[in-house]
Design a protein around this ligand. Structure first.
Ligand SMILES: Nc1ncnc2c1ncn2[C@@H]1O[C@H](COP(=O)(O)OP(=O)(O)O)[C@@H](O)[C@H]1O
Ligand SMILES: [Mg+2]
Length: 277
């Protein structure tokens, strides 16, 4: 069976509010898909639901990986099954060095039977692998001695995530706005690095506004999310169109989803007003 991450009619609520309203998406290993859409359309929510974040409640629908029910798995089991997500706003872990963090993460993913505190990947083997990946990504070896995301610039956080991706080598990766807050050169470097390590070996879902990130990762499929649904899918030319012309055409072509988007935005404004008054 070909390796596939499959999402069927997925509905997701956050704090009792329905955000995703029936998402369908099929990502095969070896493919790159771009997920685009205006702010608040539900792109990050889809990523969190795939990873199993507890605040994102799946009310109906299915997510399977190679036919296995992903929704029945805990987040760490999903990681072991071959999923990875790079977050829009990653957490910092002061006191934990990048290298130690990576050694634990890699050990967990490669040895699913491993109990906490046992059988870490041998230091020598791990170091060698880390060094070679950092060289490949043109990263300063010092970087591995810093605390995870602690005081990292936006660019460094993204580099840290790409290093995780290179070390963990998941089957499927969701990269959420790996370009946000980066200058053009940093986005280009990120794009190149993703192409080098992810290449055709992973299934990658790139959530992005920036066609620069797609420069070295031309999407096989581009999806457009609006109001909690994927309203259009196309090729790389669709990503280019959206980057150039924005979402007006999409909103006009999908009035029901545009109305849902407006409803959510309105609710948010009301919640914000309540909060200040
Ligand atoms: N943790 C959360 N708590 C409350 N509302 C949330 C949370 N995450 C997302 N939402 C709401 O879900 C909607 C979609 O957000 P999000 O998935 O972040 O969109 P995108 O990534 O496309 O910008 C927004 O209305 C947002 O306010
Ligand atoms: Mg987002």
């Amino acid at each position: 069976m070909s390796e596939t991450l499959s999402i069927n009619d997925l509905h997701v609520s956050v704090e009792g509010k329905e955000i995703l309203r029936g998402v369908n998406l099929e990502l095969r290993r070896g493919e790159t898909h771009a997920l685009m859409g205006p702010n608040g359309s539900g792109k990050s929510t889809l990523g969190f639901a795939i990873m199993g974040h507890p605040n994102y409640e799946v009310t109906s629908g299915r997510i399977t990986l190679d036919g296995e029910d992903l929704l029945a798995m805990e987040p760490h089991e999903r990681a072991r099954a071959g999923l990875f997500m790079a977050f829009q706003r990653p957490m910092s872990i002061p006191g934990v060095k990048m290298a130690d963090f990576l050694r634990h993460a890699v050990s967990n993913v490669r040895n699913p039977e491993r109990k906490e505190g046992e059988d870490l990947l041998p230091m020598r083997e791990f170091r060698k692998e880390l060094r070679s990946k950092m060289e490949q990504l043109r990263m300063d070896p010092e970087f591995a001695r810093r605390y995870v995301n602690d005081g990292f610039s936006g660019g460094e956080m993204k580099r840290a995530e790409i290093l995780q991706l290179a070390m963990l080598r998941p089957k499927f990766a969701v990269l959420d706005e790996t370009d946000s807050g980066l200058d053009v050169d940093a986005v280009r470097l990120a794009s190149q690095s993703i192409a080098e390590i992810g290449g055709r070996e992973m299934g990658i879902l790139i959530i992005t506004h920036h066609d620069k990130l797609l420069e070295h990762n031309p999407p096989d499929v581009t999806h457009v999310m609006l109001g909690g649904r994927i309203v259009e899918s196309g090729g790389a030319e669709l990503a280019a169109e959206l980057h150039k012309s924005g979402y007006d055409r999409i909103r006009a072509a999908h009035p029901e989803a545009a109305a849902a988007e407006e409803r959510l935005a309105q609710e948010e404004r009301e919640a914000a007003e309540q909060f200040v008054s």
